[in-house]
Design a protein around this ligand. Structure first.
Ligand SMILES: [Cu+2]
Length: 221
């Protein structure tokens, strides 16, 4: 009898512990910069710490981004977002609400942010299927382009690739859906390559013409 009572007590304790863990997990603000809720996940949220070079929050932005297969806009794409480019001022505070209209998870993830403030240089909002999730970060002081994508397997390749342009931006990104060329342009190739080809062609033609006239003149004398 005593053994059964002990077993029951142990089971009750185990159940209580599991329930406590489940409650903790339903809205968990972690020291590792991750907030988990039933609707989704926010990583490296930052509402008040200024990046280096910022004296104050310059401006507040609120973006609503819808994600889902109905936004796939180009041939060969499966997923999409309602926008692919977001322009903000340096040192501005940006709140992104990701509204997921699909059944699968989607993310709005920025890369290349300063690592002293955002671990791995990353900020992300993830919304479970049919849910919406909001998160906030503060843009750096530098003028730059940052890759924004969904990190679920193949979602970026299949359309979920955008860019955050801070200030004037710098270093254009390729393959931003509906914004930039869909192929990689090697950085070592000069930007004015077509012009260079045209000039070389013109120079070759002129040299040929000159040689022809030179030969004609020699033949005539
Ligand atoms: Cu996705």
């Amino acid at each position: 009898m005593r053994r059964v009572a002990g077993l029951l007590l142990a089971l009750a304790w185990l159940e209580a512990a599991t329930a406590r863990q489940a409650v903790d997990h339903s809205a968990h603000e972690g020291h590792d910069g991750m907030t988990v809720s039933r609707a989704g996940v926010v990583m490296n949220e930052n509402t008040d710490v200024l990046p280096r070079g910022c004296d104050a929050i310059s401006r507040d932005y609120e973006f609503e981004v819808r994600a889902g297969s109905r936004y796939a806009s180009e041939p060969g794409k499966i997923f999409g977002m309602s926008e692919y480019e977001w322009r903000v001022e340096p040192c501005s505070r940006v709140r992104v609400t990701l509204i997921n209209e699909d059944d699968v998870r989607h993310q709005w993830m920025v890369h290349g942010l300063p690592k002293y403030l955002y671990p791995a240089g990353m900020f992300h909002v993830e919304a479970m299927g049919g849910q919406s999730q909001a998160g906030t970060f503060i843009a750096p002081a530098e003028h730059a382009n940052y890759l924004v994508h969904c990190d679920m397997a193949q979602h970026m390749e299949k359309g979920m690739r955008g860019q955050l342009v801070v200030g004037r931006g710098a270093g254009g990104l390729w393959g931003v859906t509906g914004v930039t060329d869909a192929f990689y342009r090697a950085a070592y190739l000069p930007k004015l390559l077509p012009l260079l080809f045209a000039l070389c062609g013109l120079a070759a033609f002129s040299a040929g013409l000159f040689l022809l006239r030179f030969r004609e003149r020699r033949g005539g004398s």
